[in-house]
Design a protein around this ligand. Structure first.
Ligand code: ADP
Length: 503
């Protein structure tokens, strides 16, 4: 038999060949050889096992190193983030292992702080909302409170004008008229600005005859324009469709303000109201409006700022003619609400041009349907018109009644909503003028009750507060239109002519 190579060598070195005669020796050598082979095999297995665990160790080690690297770069990133968040806190980290614990502590504190901040913010928001509600309510109450006595002043003034005053009295009455109207427009501006800031103005969509609308605007301003020696011209593009759909009250506000400014800042000059067709699409009509004057103009450095609230370019003029510096701000906000904007080109001493483009929905109404008669006729005759006036304040009744009787209309008066409902059941009226706030039954409820048995008689809301939400609400309750008190005779007449057919 062949022995293990090492044993073979030793046999050759130490034994003579006659060892093979000895059976016992041969057995011993046999066993030793097997042991040598077993050792070799075990060694091979051990070497192999060692080789495998070395590889495993290397791969585990590499994984561990990668994780350590990720941890390190995460810590660096966290530190950078914390440094951005709180530079002083980041100085407390020393670059050692305990940084991670410090970071976790820091983050814990941040989470607690953020949660607290969230709670504080919600509280602050609620407080701000409460304050804003209180402000709105205050404004609404003040508007009502201030406008009611103003109604009395402006109404009395209008009545006195009808009673043939002496020329000297006429002059004093005019002063009173201008002052009270200035005060009214100031109150309106402040209230409107508040509403616009809160985003509470909802635009109405009404059919409007744009041509007669701007003609009326011009007529309303002509007198004041002439007083200042100005020529007030209208350039109207007859390609504009007869009717468009838009918010006439808001457009009137924008144009009135621009025309008033043009008159205020121009003496012995020319003021042009320009209304031109820009374009017509499938469902919209776009119209370019411009108010151009040859007045004092606005220097280039002031042109940007006059659109800011409470800003005026020329304080001397303002002292003479009044103004709040809110007009252009309101115009800008009102136009922005209609996806438009106002532009100005002006040169000091030469004049100004304020212009904007406004989109209107197309209307299906035509001129033939038009029911509106020319305003401002010398003595409107409402002889065949039967009007129900629903109003609780005695003075308001007197003013409106006198005005209506001057136009020869027949007027019934109801002092609250309940009486109005009864009267509307018993009589056929051409138009109902409905105050909104009244004792016993308010105007909204009365309108709803009237609409249960009468859907056709036009009901016009009379309100002392001018918020647009009131206008929307009045429509929801079944009213057809809304005019604000103190109303000027033209507005009242316009609304009556719009909804009824005088003989
Ligand atoms: P105000 O109530 O003072 O008229 P506006 O916001 O309407 O407020 O106007 C702001 C200022 O812009 C005015 O005070 C005036 O200085 C200037 N301004 C406005 N319109 C004209 C104009 N047509 N010509 C010259 N200056 C004007």
């Amino acid at each position: 038999m062949e022995y293990h190579s090492i044993l073979e060598k030793q046999i050759r070195k130490f034994l003579t060949s006659d060892y093979q005669e000895n059976e016992e020796l041969k057995n011993l050598l046999d066993t030793i050889s097997k042991s040598y082979h077993a050792f070799d095999r075990d060694k091979k297995i051990a070497d192999h096992a060692f080789e495998i665990s070395e590889k495993e160790y290397q791969s585990v080690n590499a994984d561990l190193q990668a994780q350590i690297d990720i941890r390190k770069s995460s810590i660096i990133k966290l530190k950078d983030a914390i440094r951005a968040l709180d530079p002083t806190e980041a100085n407390n980290f020393n670059g050692k292992d305990e940084d991670l614990i410090n970071i976790i502590n820091f983050l814990e504190i941040q989470i607690i702080k953020t949660k607290q901040l969230e709670v504080d913010l919600i509280l602050a928001k609620e407080t701000a909302e409460k304050a804003s509600r209180a402000k709105s309510e205050f404004l609404s109450i003040m508007s009502h409170e201030i406008r009611t006595p103003l109604n009395a002043i402006i109404g009395t003034n209008n009545l006195l004008h009808y009673q043939d005053p002496l020329p000297s009295q006429k002059e004093l009455l005019n002063v009173m008229k201008i002052s009270s109207e200035n005060l009214l427009s100031l109150i309106n501006d402040v209230l409107d600005y508040g509403k616009l800031e809160e985003g509470k103005i909802i635009l109405a969509e009404r059919d409007m005859n744009l041509k007669s609308f701007v003609k009326n605007l011009r007529a309303a301003h002509r007198l004041r324009s002439e007083e200042r020696g100005n020529n007030l011209r209208l350039m109207y593009d007859d390609d504009i469709p007869d009717f468009v759909i838009g918010d006439d009250i808001r457009l009137g506000q924008v144009l009135n303000n621009l025309i008033s400014n043009a008159i205020k800042f121009t003496k012995k000059g020319v003021i042009t109201i320009e209304v031109l067709l820009n374009s017509i699409t499938d469902d919209h009509v776009y119209i370019d409006f411009a108010i151009i004057d040859t007045g004092i103009g606005i220097s280039a450095d002031k042109q940007g700022m006059i659109f800011d609230r409470f800003t005026q370019a020329n304080t001397n003029i303002t002292r003479e003619y009044g103004g709040s510096g809110l007009g252009l701000t309101i115009i800008k906000l009102l136009l922005q609400l209609q996806n438009s904007d106002i532009y100005l080109s002006s040169e000091e001493g030469k004049g100004s041009k304020f212009y904007f483009t406004l989109g209107f929905k197309k209307s299906t109404t035509s001129l033939q349907d038009e029911n509106i008669k020319i305003l401002n006729s010398e003595s409107p005759n409402l002889g065949n018109i039967h009007i129900l006036l629903v109003e609780d304040v005695e003075f308001n009744v007197m003013v409106a009644e006198k005005m209506l009787q001057n136009w020869k209309a027949t007027v019934d008066v109801a002092n609250n909503g309940l009486i109005a409902v009864e009267k509307a059941k018993e009589n056929k009226y051409d138009i109902i003028l409905m105050d909104l706030q009244m004792p016993v039954m308010d105007g909204y409820t009365a309108t709803r009750k009237i609409r249960e048995f009468n859907e056709s008689t036009p009901i016009i809301a009379l309100t002392a507060s001018i918020t647009m939400d009131i206008q929307g609400r009045a429509m929801e309750f079944g009213m057809n239109d809304c005019i604000t008190k103190p109303f000027n005779p033209n507005d009242l007449l316009a609304v009556i002519l719009k909804y009824s057919k005088p003989a």
